[in-house]
Design a protein around this ligand. Structure first.
Ligand code: 4AZ
Length: 440
């Protein structure tokens, strides 16, 4: 029913002019080199794993990455690590699903998908590189060189992220050869694919490249370059060792699952779906919160959470892309009061950054980056009276606050820790601002 090759048209739009790039000859990433800017517009950088954009709002990656991507900022078109250089566009993974056939002990069926919070509507694609999922079991074949790219280790066993995305070409190895008794001896299933230099090793994907695509670069009838995604970086015995090629999940075998989940469960906007996506439900209560955050040069230290008045987390986000201002997709809120909390895990705020919330276009909170470990704000949506006292509520921290009401040396007590967090951070409203007082 499906074409064996499905071209993903969002990637065809030409929106920027090509930049020249000096190729460096220093051998890196287990035999790779810096890729040129714009070479892999569909490549998605994540934290510790990668992925591939297979529709404007869907990323394919590996199930063994677990839910590492969930609520996490990802860098679509990532070229320089943690940076929006070369037209990379950050997005957040809103929904994560992994193949329910995935077996952690064998890494069989190592497929997962993420739905992005907002689609990529204008992919930066100066070289007009197309991308396609390969659904044909006879592709790749012996003699094909496959390209794999990523920000993983450049020396086996040594954790080191390169600054620029690395690429390397490795030959396809049949399952039969890969399963030789002196190679993987039967561990390679039909759902896997091998690529590497069996005799000499030296070139391979490695730890940190997991989840990223391995592609067969082709040209179509109009001479356009089309990268066919044939595999997903999955596992291997070490990296770049002779006799042990890299092992990938075989996309032609995961194709039915990818199509089914993208179209029927994630409501993805993919041109391989037999019908257009359904309209997302409108925000009937009419209270749409838009959060905007600008990160500092260590975005990975920062995250935020939104709580309802019972202390339930409604939304959370973790950042990765440095010095970048991001307007999050709208959050539909019922009438009520909420608390927003932004955290910098190194306790030094977000230098040069800020955070802001708007409900239906009206600003309900704003804070600059000088917040130390936590920045907090409470607000209520239209029609809900703002509680007058206190301005900051201790929602989920009441237990700690009440314990402080009748103690001597309250300020000293505030500096103590409970469950690894200083009390003045647990109960900011009373301890940090005005000494100890009643907690809402
Ligand atoms: C990993 O741990 C990993 N040499 C990825 C790829 C390979 C080995 C390990 C292939 O993410």
């Amino acid at each position: 029913m499906w074409n064996s090759l499905v071209t993903i048209s969002v990637l065809s739009s030409v929106l920027a002019t090509a930049q020249a790039s000096p190729k460096d000859d220093v051998a890196r990433i287990i035999g790779g080199t810096d890729a040129a800017p714009g070479e892999y517009p569909y490549f998605v950088q994540g934290p510790g794993c990668s992925g591939a954009l297979i529709a404007p709002d869907i990323v394919l990656f590996a199930a063994h990455c677990e839910n590492l991507f969930l609520n996490q900022q990802l860098n679509v078109g990532g070229y320089r690590i943690d940076s929006d250089d070369a037209g990379a566009q950050p997005r957040f993974c809103d929904v994560w699903i992994s193949d329910d056939r995935f077996a952690a002990f064998s890494l069989n069926w190592d497929f997962a998908l993420c739905k992005l919070d907002k689609p990529i509507t204008s992919l930066e694609n100066p070289k007009n590189i197309g991308v396609a999922l390969n659904f044909d079991d006879t592709v790749p074949e012996v003699g094909n060189d496959l390209w794999v790219m990523g920000f993983g280790d450049t020396t086996p066993g040594i954790y080191s992220s390169p600054e620029i995305i690395q690429e390397v070409a490795v030959p396809y190895v049949t399952n039969e050869v890969c399963n030789d008794p002196f190679r993987y001896d039967g561990l390679i299933t039909d759902q896997m694919l091998c690529a590497g230099f069996t005799e000499v090793g030296g070139k391979d994907a490695c730890q940190g490249d997991s989840g990223g695509p391995i592609v067969l670069r082709t040209t179509d009838s109009s001479n356009k370059v089309v990268d066919e995604i044939v595999g997903v970086v999955s596992w291997g015995y070490g990296c770049a060792e002779a006799q042990f090629p890299g092992v990938y999940s075989r996309v032609s075998k995961g194709g039915d699952w990818i199509i089914d989940k993208t179209c029927n469960e994630l409501n993805g906007n993919a041109d391989f779906c037999p019908f257009p996506p359904q309209l997302e439900p409108e925000c009937l209560d009419g209270n749409e919160l838009i959060v905007t955050v600008k990160t500092d040069n260590k975005a990975k230290h920062t995250n935020w959470k939104l709580f309802d008045s019972s202390g339930n987390v409604l939304k959370r986000r973790k950042f990765m892309v440095n010095n970048f201002e991001y307007e999050h997709s709208p959050i539909c809120l019922k009438p009520g009061c909420y608390e927003f909390e932004i955290k910098d895990k190194k306790n030094n705020g977000i230098a040069g950054g800020f955070y802001k919330g708007e409900v239906n276009g009206e600003e309900v909170f704003f804070g600059d980056g000088n917040f130390g470990q936590f920045g907090r704000a409470s607000f209520c949506t239209d029609g809900t009276p703002q509680p007058t006292e206190p301005p900051l509520v201790c929602v989920d921290r009441k237990q700690f606050c009440s314990k402080l009401e009748n103690v001597k040396n309250k300020r000293r007590r505030c500096r103590k820790e409970r469950n690894g967090t200083k009390i003045f951070n647990l109960c900011n409203a009373t301890c940090a601002e005005v000494g100890v007082g009643p907690c809402a």
